[in-house]
Design a protein around this ligand. Structure first.
Ligand code: NAP
Length: 291
């Protein structure tokens, strides 16, 4: 079994990001700014937000955190977003999901200025991603791509894994991971199978794949029965079992096979945050050149 070291790849990228941001600060006296919004006090969300704020600090991005009360109104969240849209010190806006059950996340995301939408979930960016012809067009244009799928594409490219012409299966069809990832793989000329909870013969479909991406949120779901030697597996799942984190793959049962896989933790997770930092720098560059 060969591991794709997401922590190492991510640290290299963060070192280069810090150098770029240091240079911008020295030349212009300005740095990119990221606003994070948390509604309520969900423990896991607080941990995610804290690690994003720390990562910003490490590379020199200024963060502005807004913690709204659990019972805040939808109008309050949208007003805050509209003010951040107008604020020239803010380049990126991140609304931590999921929102409390009584809020409509879609209405809030729709209010984010697409040019500050560093999570890539605003319909304008989703649309642009879907009409892009290929990877070059996605990279060159001012499209914001959701951080987790963007991180996965970077992991594959930087690990020299060929995507062109390969059969890939993406298990899980969320707007955050599965759907945008399948679009990105398609833009890289993969043949993409999209699987979900109603998919029949999942094991058979996985066995014909060169690359399997699993994002279902079920601990140790994928085992020997789904894979052949030679396959590349990207494990997106983050599951907590008695204070330990594990992925969607039962890694203990497949560690003797000839496969390449992202570990959990230390695979996709660190790259997701690094992509948020890169998207914030991208937003800074877009927004500042427009002024
Ligand atoms: P999600 O919204 O939780 O949806 C889960 C998806 O899995 C759905 O599309 C569901 O199908 C599918 N599914 C459930 N059971 C299945 C089964 N038995 N066979 C095939 N498909 C099945 O997805 P998500 O938000 O993408 O999260 C998935 C996992 O990734 C979670 O563990 C989450 O914590 C993790 N995650 C990690 C990162 C990271 O940075 N590493 C980022 C985001 C998410 P239906 O659509 O038919 O219900």
């Amino acid at each position: 079994m060969e591991l794709i070291d997401g922590t190492r790849i991510s640290n290299n990228k963060r070192t280069r990001l810090k150098e770029k941001i240091d240079k911008i600060r020295l030349e212009t006296g300005k740095v990119p700014g990221l606003a994070t919004i948390l509604v309520g006090n969900d423990h896991a969300s607080q941990i995610y937000i804290n690690s994003k704020i720390k990562a910003c600090k490490d590379v020199g991005i200024k963060s502005f955190h807004y913690n709204l009360d659990l019972n805040t109104s939808q109008a309050n969240i949208i007003n805050l977003i509209k003010n951040l849209n107008k604020d020239s010190s803010i380049d990126g806006i991140l609304l931590q999901l999921p929102l409390p059950y009584n809020q409509n996340a879609r209405n809030c995301i729709n209010a984010i200025n697409p040019l500050k939408d560093v999570d890539g979930l605003n319909p304008f960016n989703v649309g642009l991603l879907n009409i892009s012809k290929n990877w070059d067009e996605i990279v060159k244009n001012n499209i914001f791509v959701p951080c987790t799928p963007l991180g996965i594409m970077n992991l594959l490219h930087l690990s020299n894994i060929i995507i062109n012409g390969k059969t890939t299966i993406v298990i899980g069809r969320s707007n955050l991971v599965g759907k945008p990832l399948s679009t990105l793989l398609l833009a890289n000329n993969a043949t993409v199978i999209m699987a979900h909870s109603k998919t029949k013969n999942l094991q058979k479909l996985c066995k014909i794949a060169d690359i399997i991406v699993i994002a279902v949120g079920k601990p140790k779901f994928l085992d020997k029965n789904f894979i052949n030697d030679g396959v590349v597996i990207i494990d997106v799942g983050i599951n907590r079992i008695t204070n330990k984190i594990c992925g969607d793959v039962n890694i203990d049962l497949i560690k003797d096979m000839k496969i390449t896989i992202t570990p959990v933790p230390g695979g996709v997770g660190p790259m997701t945050i690094t992509m948020l930092l890169e998207n914030t720098l991208k937003a800074f560059n877009i927004n500042r050149t427009k002024k």
